[in-house]
Design a protein around this ligand. Structure first.
Ligand SMILES: [Zn+2]
Length: 254
């Protein structure tokens, strides 16, 4: 059974067709989907979607660039959404320096939500873009205090991966590892052990080969598992079992 640990089913792309998307991933052998909030609205909607489908769980959080600012009012809303049934984590939170903006403000927002996750004893789903040095520095201290840290859509390279492994982090891999120009993944795979691997789609974005340019969906997550199986020299079946085991462990799902 396959698992998608980072989906955005609240996106416009899925409006009015969640049933269809769920039926399609069930038919593709996907048995667990973590739907990830990125602002208040998507976190609340994710809670509702999770109520309707057995396989779907959710997380609540404020994305570094898309979510609301981390005022105490917004943080307390996230805290209360996180107490709803089937909330299994805080996210997506993190740092994104790609488009500039105020780095100190982003760090404050990220750290505040790491603290919230620590208090709630929930794992975090982390978005990291063009911020490797800061992310390493933060995780060096904070990762061990959290139930688990998932570096979603990991793209910080093999050298940083060695350190993130040491800090106890997990690595989410999706469509990007199937792209032909992704050479980095071969080096990363050499340093990340299989018990730290997770698969994800980040749908509706990042559709894997051979579906690039299409709307991504959880039904495509087996392609990431297949690629990981190839990289680690094992069968897709065995790899998908490991990936599901890891996902359930990280998000404390029985
Ligand atoms: Zn995301």
């Amino acid at each position: 059974m396959f698992s998608d640990t980072h989906a955005h089913l609240t996106d416009e792309a899925f409006k009015g067709r969640i049933d269809e998307v769920v039926n399609a991933f069930r038919a593709a052998g996907v048995g667990l989907v973590i739907n990830v909030g990125y602002d208040l609205k998507s976190s609340e909607e994710s809670a509702l979607i999770a109520q309707n489908y057995d396989e779907i769980y959710f997380t609540a959080g404020l994305h570094p660039t898309d979510g609301e600012p981390a005022t105490s009012a917004y943080l307390s809303r996230i805290r209360s959404i996180a107490t709803l049934p089937k909330c299994v984590g805080i996210g997506e939170i993190g740092l994104d320096y790609h488009y500039g903006g105020d780095r100190e403000e982003q760090k404050k927002k990220f750290l505040a939500q790491l603290s919230l996750a620590e208090e709630a004893r929930l794992p975090v789903s982390v978005h990291a873009r063009d911020c490797t040095a800061d992310m390493l520095e933060i995780m060096k201290d904070r990762a061990e205090k959290l139930p688990a840290v998932v570096l979603h859509c990991y793209s910080m390279g093999a050298e940083a991966a060695k350190l993130f492994v040491r800090y106890g982090c997990y690595f989410g891999f999706g469509g990007a590892i199937t792209f032909k120009n992704n050479k980095q993944i071969y080096e990363v795979a050499k340093v990340v052990p299989t018990d730290r691997l997770l698969t994800e789609t980040d749908c509706p974005y990042m559709a894997p080969v051979p579906h690039r340019g299409e709307v991504n969906e959880p039904k495509f997550v087996p392609l990431a598992a297949e690629k990981l199986a190839e990289l680690y020299g094992t069968s897709t079946e065995k790899m998908s079992e490991t990936l599901l085991f890891n996902a359930k462990k990280v998000f404390n799902i029985r």
